[in-house]
Write a protein that binds this ligand. Structure first.
Ligand code: B12
Length: 408
């Protein structure tokens, strides 16, 4: 089996008309296409960077607020400048883009503009036909990002063809001799705010370490027998940065929160010299243990929503036994205080040094996110803390943040 066609979709800067592209994305997925959705109000630079890192076949732009002739042309120009002009550009914009405009845009290198009245299936078939064929021989990669992105595509393609997971690799063999990358795994139920939390952490990494480079492997579920909507980039604001390499992966039928190609891709990222590699799983259920199989991460963070139901539910969440750090996010919600106390009691049963952090990731400069950043960046050195588990003299450090909060 070949990999599904991968495309990126976005709405240009100063344009909030996203309802058309949201509908079109869903139709693409139903036709077996993997869509990385970047969101609305996106600059040319953000679109081109994302398309290169995701190594997509084409970029679909939905444009309503004018300036489309210049905007589309600039995307084509920037792709060419970066050496990525094998990524094609197409799109639409209802009655805003006229036939005369479209002719001018196609002269400037845009492949196709769709007009009002075109059926959704016609557009999806266009994508499958034009961007679904296997790629021919590619010219030499001009930049580090292009080279890495292509390697990740090859790993995904090989995994799709052999239908085999690349997950029979031990953590010890993942890291090359010189690599000092710190690999942090984020998991937790859907809607807990994992992506927003990661984006806020990335902001802190970028500010604190002006030379650090960060990679993010972000997973979303494939719709059974169909494509996938890989939408985490649409939530990521701070991660649209040249020092951040982000790759969105569909689970492609594998249960447990990761893709069959995750470990192969992770190995590539670790050896590419990133300082931090962050893996985000899909929203997981009670029995998921995505990082436990081969110990592929240095540190596991479980992100929870305070609204998990009755206290009894906590007994059934396996990751509460396994995570190094548990974050209760969205603690601005009514039930948060009870949730933090209940989760603290639940962690007490484990008798090992786990950290508990309360955060509101959507809030700018949230102290809980600062605390989490301290723990997972080199300063906090939780990995050392965790590896020294069993020390009789050490008090469980996860009580500290809670006690501080109670005093306030
Ligand atoms: C819905 C709508 C809104 C909604 C948007 C909701 C949302 N979240 O998207 C709301 C009410 C919020 C809104 C607000 C505004 N809108 Co408005 N809006 C529209 C409207 C009525 C429909 C657009 C739409 O979604 N169509 C549905 C899609 C599926 O169909 P389609 O447009 O025909 O597209 C076809 C193809 O082009 C193709 N296609 C489209 N995109 C893509 C992308 C890809 C990849 C592909 C393959 C194909 C494709 O798909 C369709 C196939 O049949 C248009 C008028 C119109 N009839 O176009 C105005 C329109 C776009 N809006 C307009 C304006 C001015 C505004 C506002 C500035 C108004 C204001 N003063 O506040 C704001 C700006 C909002 C913002 N932040 O950007 C103007 C733009 C004028 C211009 N460019 O000169 C328009 C044209 C109305 C008008 N005639 O004045 N708007």
């Amino acid at each position: 089996m070949a990999s599904p066609p991968r495309i990126l979709t976005a709405v240009p800067i100063c344009d909030g008309h996203d309802s058309a592209i949201n509908t079109i994305n869903l139709e693409f997925i139903r036709h077996g296409i993997e869509v990385i959705y970047l969101g609305y109000h996106r600059s040319v630079g953000d679109i081109v960077r994302a398309a290169i890192q995701e190594d997509v076949r084409a970029i679909g732009i939905s444009s309503y607020n004018g300036g489309h002739i210049e905007f589309f042309a600039d995307v084509v120009k920037q792709l060419k400048k970066e050496g990525a002009d094998d990524i094609k550009v197409f799109g639409g914009g209802g009655g805003t883009i006229t036939h005369i405009d479209a002719a001018a845009m196609e002269r400037q290198g845009v492949e196709k503009i769709f007009f009002a009245g075109t059926s959704l299936s016609e557009m999806a078939e266009y994508v499958s036909k034009n961007y679904g064929k296997p790629r021919g021989k590619r010219s030499r990669a001009k930049t580090r990002d292009i080279e890495l992105a292509r390697k990740l595509t090859e790993i995904e393609d090989r995994s799709a063809k052999s239908k085999r997971s690349t997950s029979n690799v031990q953590r010890s063999t993942l890291k090359g001799g010189k690599s000092s990358a710190r690999v942090i795994g984020f998991t937790g139920p859907g809607g807990a705010g994992k992506t927003t939390l990661i984006d806020e952490l990335v902001l802190r990494f970028l500010l604190q370490y002006p030379k650090a480079r960060i990679a993010i492997l972000s997973h979303d579920p494939s719709v059974i027998g169909e494509g996938a909507l890989l939408g985490d980039r649409a939530t990521m604001i701070n991660s649209q940065n040249d020092r951040v390499f982000m790759r969105s992966m569909a689970t492609r039928g594998q249960a447990g929160g990761l893709s069959p190609a995750t470990e192969g891709c992770l190995r590539e990222l670790i050896n590419a010299g990133f300082d931090y590699v962050i893996i985000e799983t899909v929203g997981t259920g009670q029995e998921a243990m995505p990082f436990q199989k081969n110990g592929i991460v240095d540190l596991t963070v479980l992100v929870m929503n305070p609204d998990y139901g009755a206290r009894l539910q906590l007994q059934k969440i396996v990751m509460l036994d396994l995570a190094d750090i548990v974050v209760v996010n969205k603690t601005d919600q009514a039930r948060a205080r009870a949730a933090v106390l209940e989760i603290e009691r639940r962690l007490d049963q484990n008798r090992r040094p786990q950290q508990l952090v309360a955060s509101v990731a959507k809030r700018h400069r949230d102290p809980g996110v600062d605390e989490l950043f301290g723990l997972i960046s080199n300063n906090g050195n939780v990995a050392a803390l965790v590896s020294s588990a069993g020390s009789k003299n050490r008090r469980s450090p996860r009580r500290a943040p809670l006690q501080r909060r109670r005093k306030k």
